[in-house]
Design a protein around this ligand. Structure first.
Ligand SMILES: Cc1ncc(COP(=O)(O)O)c(C=O)c1O
Length: 403
């Protein structure tokens, strides 16, 4: 954790009345988001378009900040609720929106078709038929879609898999031609390309390039049936490091490798879409929560914080810890023998009455006292919005921005 963030957290926990009254919050560093986007901008190929997968962090100030970068072509949404959020901060151009996700409702499809989103990423034949019916009813000649395909390739080396095994995402590659035969007869559907997002949290660029090679082979073959397509949407997947090892996703090497593959398959005239979430906002977020109590029980110490898995569910849900830092607050002891932590391995747990309520575990802590603040870094993506915020009706964590 850098000095700027540490000083900010120290100041809000000692001076900001809202944080003092509710000592648990997310802090987002907008400068870090700009740095991540800049890292893509430096190396990105001309025919790659960068979209923000807003499911990673739909905070309105974060969203507005991401969209303020010229290189961001638009957003990828997973619901009409996300579209409404984006509209509320002034994103009025529907041609900057892609809609992906299994189980889109008829109402959502209708809103998407009416709005003229850039692409609806079609996940099944049923979805294609519904879009076709809606377009016919509304008198819309063609709806631009990408067909999402679950490619027969298991991309080993990711945190979470959407494809390459049996999942609800997309059309199974094994049934692609059979399904395409139905889709190709739908007069109001314009197939512009493929969506092939397979896995989240890939740190090694080579893993994504090997997958891309496989995808390109599929596309080359499929084009004999479908005709030449204009767009291949890779989805997201660039990872961030959840340890303190300093590993990072090498964007320069990734784009160099992608360029070579594009040449190998003569795909220079296609557009490639990236819908990145975690890479753009993951490292810009910090979950900070004050230590309310420290218990020494049957030979092990437990740090109890104001917020738990109700605010920060990702570590326990993925069985992957985030880097932990302790910000010293220098709060006086309540009594002489008050328990403290000094060079010990502890669990860090929230206020919920369940033992699974851990935001970190088996964590070696040099020093921690009641009143200090536990900070989990790498908490900008899939943390606040993917938590069970209303469980036990505790106060919501605040979301604060370092501008
Ligand atoms: C369709 C789609 N696109 C993009 C993303 C963003 O992925 P990431 O945060 O790994 O970049 C996701 C995440 O689940 C997704 O489902």
């Amino acid at each position: 954790m850098n000095r700027k963030v540490e000083d900010y957290i120290k100041s809000i926990f000692s001076q900001n009345p809202s944080v003092i009254a509710n000592p648990t919050c997310y802090v987002y560093d907008l400068e870090e988001i700009t740095n991540r986007i800049g890292e893509i901008e430096k190396y990105k190929l001309k025919n790659v378009s960068l979209y923000y997968a807003m499911k990673a962090n739909p905070n309105l100030e974060v969203l507005e900040h991401v969209l303020s970068h010229k290189i961001i072509a638009g957003i990828e949404i997973a619901s009409i609720g996300e579209l409404e959020k984006a509209r509320s901060i002034g994103l009025t151009d529907n041609s900057r929106v892609l809609f992906t996700g299994p189980g889109k409702t008829v109402q959502e499809l209708e809103e998407s078709v009416k709005s003229g989103l850039r692409f609806i990423n079609v996940e099944s034949v049923v979805e294609a038929i519904r879009i076709n019916q809606i377009a016919k009813k509304l008198g819309i000649e063609k709806v631009n879609v990408l067909l999402r395909v679950n490619i027969n390739y298991f991309l080993d080396g990711a945190e979470e898999y959407m494809a390459g095994k049996s999942t609800k995402m997309g059309i199974d590659q094994a049934r692609f031609y059979e399904d395409y035969e139905v889709i190709s007869k739908l007069n109001h559907i314009n197939v512009c390309g493929f969506h092939v997002f397979a896995a989240d949290g890939v740190l090694d660029f080579n893993v994504l390039l090997r997958y891309t090679d496989f995808v390109f082979r599929f596309v080359k073959e499929a084009e004999k049936t479908v005709g030449i397509v204009d767009v291949i949407d890779f989805g997201g997947g660039f990872g961030i490091d959840y340890t303190k090892s300093g590993k990072y996703f090498d964007t320069k090497a990734y784009f160099k490798g992608l360029n070579e593959l594009i040449k190998k398959y003569s795909f220079e005239n296609k557009e490639f879409i990236l819908e990145l979430g975690k890479y753009i906002v993951g490292s810009a977020g910090y979950y900070a929560t004050q230590i309310v109590d420290i218990k020494d029980c049957k030979g092990m110490k437990h740090i109890v914080t104001a917020g738990g898995v109700n605010h920060m569910r990702l570590p326990i849900a993925t069985d992957r810890k985030h880097p932990v830092y302790i910000v010293e607050m220098g709060i006086p002891k309540l009594y002489d023998k008050q328990t403290e932590v000094s060079n010990e391995t502890v669990d860090i747990e929230g206020p919920l009455c369940m033992t699974e309520d851990k935001i970190s575990w088996d964590e070696f802590i040099k020093s921690a006292k009641i009143g200090d603040v536990v900070v989990l870094t790498q908490s900008g993506a899939y943390c606040y919005s993917a938590s069970t915020l209303w469980f036990l009706s505790h106060q919501m964590p605040l979301e604060l921005i370092i501008k």
